[in-house]
Design a protein around this ligand. Structure first.
Ligand code: PHE
Length: 355
């Protein structure tokens, strides 16, 4: 039995040698095609051998099949190599006339010009919003603030009630707030994080909380989904002066030392007193090239309302604190003179690649 295998595989080996010798002497594409048909065509020599494998005794089939398939694979490779060689020679003639590239090699790799620079795959980078978020978080981390996160779907309790927002406050209107189901909303600001953090930790507290927020709003400067960062600091003896000092430090780090800022009195249900902060921003007009300065609102802030401390179970006689909330998109737009907030979310690479 072993002998039959020997003989059969011996035959296959002989065929391999024969075919190899034959292909060496082939000098043109037509002869190559003839060769292919003779060996690998429908009635080709090797095709016959492969077919006969199924008639061999079962215990020999695997070995025979493997050997025959190997010969076939080698043959296909050699035919391919010959083809490339013929093509290259064609190319070489053209090159030689067009340029003086007479030193082109005639090997199978002659069509590859190794001197061409490689194609550099495009490299991705962090989205502008992520870059700006990281920048802001870094500034506050240096001051000892810790990062907190919370859910996008919030209960009305965390989003409104616990933040001293009355039942009839206009922000609760379904025209302004996305209601998921009665009692649950897409958070309209990152302020619910104030309560979620205070419920868990006792003062001193210093947290920064970035995240997506949602409002029913749509125009060039408003998107139904945008990004905010909440800041909260609570301890004994915290004053409005601490808030001002912190925000001055932050804005100068982010926008540069020369930027002026102003605090405008404002109202938020969860802070008292409250303010909005504007910066005096100088930018080149995209169309006219003129530089102009204008006051731009970038954040809301204030001293944490005693009612909020009460909801959190903090002793409001003992502790005081400040909170602020700023729009990340807004800051990215100001820093980079982006005229429309929707550019940030359309994922057009021509836009994103600029940052
Ligand atoms: N949550 C407010 C807003 O979305 C901003 C704010 C945060 C104001 C914290 C005061 C204190 O507009």
């Amino acid at each position: 039995m072993a002998k039959t295998v020997q003989t059969a595989s011996g035959k296959i080996e002989a065929l391999q040698q024969e075919s190899r010798a034959e292909i060496k002497s082939i000098a043109d594409p037509d002869a190559l095609e003839e060769f292919r048909v003779k060996w690998l065509g429908r009635k080709g020599i090797l095709t016959d051998v492969l077919r006969s494998v199924s008639k061999a005794p079962p215990e020999e089939r695997a070995a025979l099949g493997k050997a025959a398939n190997q010969v076939k694979a080698t043959l296909l490779e050699e035919i391919e190599a010959k083809k490339i060689e013929f093509d290259a020679n064609k190319g070489k003639v053209k090159h030689a006339t067009a340029t003086s590239a007479a030193s082109f090699s005639t090997t199978a790799t002659a069509t590859v010009d190794f001197s061409l620079p490689g194609r550099v795959p495009p490299r991705g980078h962090l989205h502008l919003i992520t870059q700006v978020t990281d920048e802001i978080v870094d500034i506050f981390s240096e001051l000892g603030y810790q990062v907190a996160t919370g859910p996008d779907i919030e209960t009305e309790y965390y989003n409104f009630d616990s933040l001293n927002t009355p039942q009839d406050h206009p922000a609760r209107d379904s025209h302004d707030t996305f209601y998921v189901k009665p009692g649950d909303v897409l958070r309209t600001h990152t302020s619910p994080l104030q309560m979620r953090v205070m419920e868990k930790v006792k003062p001193p507290v210093a947290v920064i909380a970035p995240g997506r927020v949602y409002r029913v709003d749509y125009d060039a400067s408003h998107s139904p989904m945008f990004f905010q960062i909440e800041g909260l600091l609570v301890d004994e003896g915290v004053t409005f002066a601490d808030l001002k000092g912190t925000l001055h430090h932050f804005i100068h780090k982010l926008f540069g030392k020369d930027v002026k800022l102003r605090f405008r009195p404002h109202f938020f249900p969860f802070t008292e007193p409250s303010a909005e902060v504007d910066i005096l921003w100088t930018a080149k007009d995209r169309n006219t090239g003129e530089t102009k300065s204008q006051w731009l609102e970038i954040l809301g802030c204030g001293m944490v309302h005693p009612e909020v401390f009460r909801s959190a179970g903090y002793d409001y006689e003992r502790y005081s604190g400040f909170a602020f909330g700023l729009g990340i998109d807004r800051i990215a737009m100001v820093k980079h003179s982006i005229p429309n907030i929707h550019y940030l979310f359309e994922n057009d690479l021509r836009f994103l690649e600029q940052f």
